[in-house]
Design a protein around this ligand. Structure first.
Ligand code: PXG
Length: 298
């Protein structure tokens, strides 16, 4: 694979950044996780919006105008002749020195676009059977600190939760906020279904997921009520259905949490209906930006 690195396409073995890059030294940077299906980059404009919002959140100026950034993403896919792919744009504060002061980064921010041929996060079997999850002891960062709504390179809180899942042999970890409300998964938003109504935590406590927003729309299309409100661990345990949403995971059912069976211990029908509706709108011009010009333009 060729990687976009500061305006050039370089073979992945040669795609290296300085040990003085503040992205490495301090996690000082931002990123996005995007997917392309069948030659269309799913919700690219929404991901670009969030990338530029995240940059603003940490007072980082992306050295490319938005249209050039978009072109860099599309060109990286073209150079690698990809149609179905994972795309990871990263912008760091750039090369500085030891010491956290961002003024030490005198050059340009580092801009990277990594692409990977990649089809799905979990084995297909897990989508059909559902995941087993734990509620992690590691709490999501409060919005009063570094807001979880900014997609920064600081993922250690989430990694700590993921380590807990690994240690307990679970497939995923669910994070609480500091008040004990459900926040989100380690790289996904969370929904529960109770008596036919969907509930998901407000975005103040988590990342405003693009899949989350898409699922809310699809749920409305299917005439389900969706409530964006806080709920706790008991509502989670007692839900009829629980599922996660994310670019990587898409829509994935959870069938067990902390040793409690969720619903009938198999993926719920609303979860699977929304999963199907989601799959149906990926890889089509209505929701994606074409990578290759011969494709029908949006
Ligand atoms: N919460 C967190 C903390 C995330 O990191 C989501 C929710 C879902 O957001 P989207 O917009 O994807 O629906 C994320 C997304 C990876 C990876 O490589 C992580 C994400 C997306 C894609 C890949 O682990 N995070």
């Amino acid at each position: 694979m060729k990687i976009y690195l500061d305006g050039k396409f370089v073979p992945e073995e040669e795609a290296k950044v300085s040990v003085f890059d503040h992205g490495l030294l301090y996690g000082d940077g931002i990123f996005e996780g995007i997917r392309a299906y069948n030659g269309y980059v799913f919700k690219l404009e929404e991901h670009l919006d969030r990338l530029y919002d995240s940059a603003k959140g940490i007072r980082l100026e992306i050295p490319l105008p938005r249209e050039e950034m978009k072109e860099a993403i599309l060109e990286t896919l073209r150079v690698n002749q990809l149609k179905t792919s994972y795309v990871r744009p990263i912008v760091t504060r750039g090369v500085g020195d030891l010491g956290i002061d961002p003024r030490k980064c005198k050059g340009r921010p580092t801009v990277i676009v990594i692409v990977r041929e990649w089809k799905s996060l979990y084995p297909e079997e897990l989508y059909q059977k559902g995941l087993r999850a734990i509620v992690a002891a590691s709490r999501a960062r409060p919005p009063e600190s570094l807001s979880p709504s900014i997609k920064t390179l600081n993922y250690l809180t989430n990694i700590m939760a993921k380590i807990e899942a690994n240690v307990w042999g679970a497939d995923e970890a669910i994070m609480l906020d500091v008040h004990g409300n459900i926040a989100e998964g380690t790289a996904d938003n969370l929904f529960i279904v109770k008596h036919g109504v969907l509930h998901t935590p407000p975005v103040i406590a988590n990342l405003p997921g693009i899949t989350r927003a898409t699922i809310i729309e699809l749920a409305h299309d299917a005439d389900y009520e969706v409530r964006e409100e806080h709920f706790g661990i008991a509502q989670l345990y007692m839900a009829d259905e629980v599922f996660l949403t994310g670019t990587a995971a898409e829509v994935v059912p959870i069938i067990e949490i902390d040793g409690r069976t969720i619903g009938a211990s198999r993926p719920g029908h609303i979860t699977m209906e929304l999963r199907k509706r989601y799959k149906d709108i990926t890889g089509i011009p209505e929701t994606g930006t074409p990578i290759y010009s011969l494709q029908k333009v949006k």
